[in-house]
Design a protein around this ligand. Structure first.
Ligand SMILES: Nc1ncnc2c1ncn2[C@@H]1O[C@H](COP(=O)(O)OP(=O)(O)OP(=O)(O)O)[C@@H](O)[C@H]1O
Length: 237
């Protein structure tokens, strides 16, 4: 049996007296897309933040490629962070207004010591092309991009780290309906071509049905059911 890419056991996240995530468990195989679905406030984003260790969970385990993350120090986590990359809802919020697209996409390469004067710019152009943007977009500022283009730059920046897991927190919810399908199709192509695991957080059941291999339904911070889409009429039981 292959080691799960991500294995979450009895995860608990509290904000003061509010228990946002209440003993949530699920696992995700390499290359698989698991959706967390449920109404506003059910604990989807809190789960994502705890998986990414952007918030330390109150209890429970998060194993990524077999390593338990919850007990690691920030220093121990640093080499693992590139392998699990987030894409958040707000496309403009994920880019610095003071960085051109070129710098935004180059930054992870530089931070991870993978930038060279000879190969770096070509890698940026390749990543932009991979997300459907002409390499001339490297010169633009975030305010010169549409929401969909901005989200594509955010995805290129995530790919620069060569992740194995994408944590997609409502990645198309803030976009104009006319560009949502294009970004979702891009994510599906990247997932399939690169064999990426995806934890896909989404409140829209139609989108989830289209995109996910498995769906975990959350209600009031707990797993209420699990189901598989992609068969006509399938849905939570
Ligand atoms: N920083 C915070 N401080 C206090 N309570 C919080 C905080 N973040 C989330 N909560 C509470 O935790 C619960 C779960 O919120 P969370 O954002 O994880 O749910 P969600 O399913 O992602 O919702 P949405 O779809 O609206 O983003 C809610 O009751 C929310 O009010």
């Amino acid at each position: 049996m292959t080691t799960p890419l991500l294995d979450v056991r009895d995860l608990v996240v509290r904000y003061g007296t509010v228990t946002a995530v209440d003993r949530v468990s699920f696992s995700l195989r390499p290359g698989e897309t698991l959706a967390l679905n449920g109404p506003s406030g059910c604990g989807k984003s809190s789960t994502a933040l705890a998986v990414l260790r952007l918030r330390r969970p109150d209890s429970g385990e998060v194993r990524f490629e077999g390593r338990e993350l919850t007990t690691l120090t920030d220093r121990e986590l640093r080499p693992l962070r590139p392998r699990m990359q987030p894409v958040f809802q707000d496309p403009y919020g994920s880019l610095s207004p003071r960085q051109r697209v070129r710098e935004a996409v180059a930054e992870p390469l530089k931070v991870q010591g993978r930038w060279t004067a000879a190969g770096g710019p070509a890698r940026v152009a390749e990543l932009l092309d991979r997300v459907g943007l002409d390499p001339s977009y490297a010169n633009r500022w975030p305010h010169e991009l549409s929401g969909g283009q901005c989200q594509r730059v955010g995805i290129a920046r995530a790919l620069a780290s060569e992740p194995r897991l994408l944590v997609l927190d409502e990645p198309v919810s803030a976009l104009d309906p006319s560009v949502r399908a294009g970004v979702l199709n891009l994510l599906a192509d990247l997932r399939d071509d690169l064999g990426l695991g995806c934890l896909f957080i989404c409140h829209d059941r139609a989108v989830v049905r289209h995109f996910a291999d498995r769906v975990v339904e959350l209600r009031d911070g707990r797993v209420s059911s699990e189901w598989r889409p992609r068969s006509p009429g399938s849905g939570p039981r």
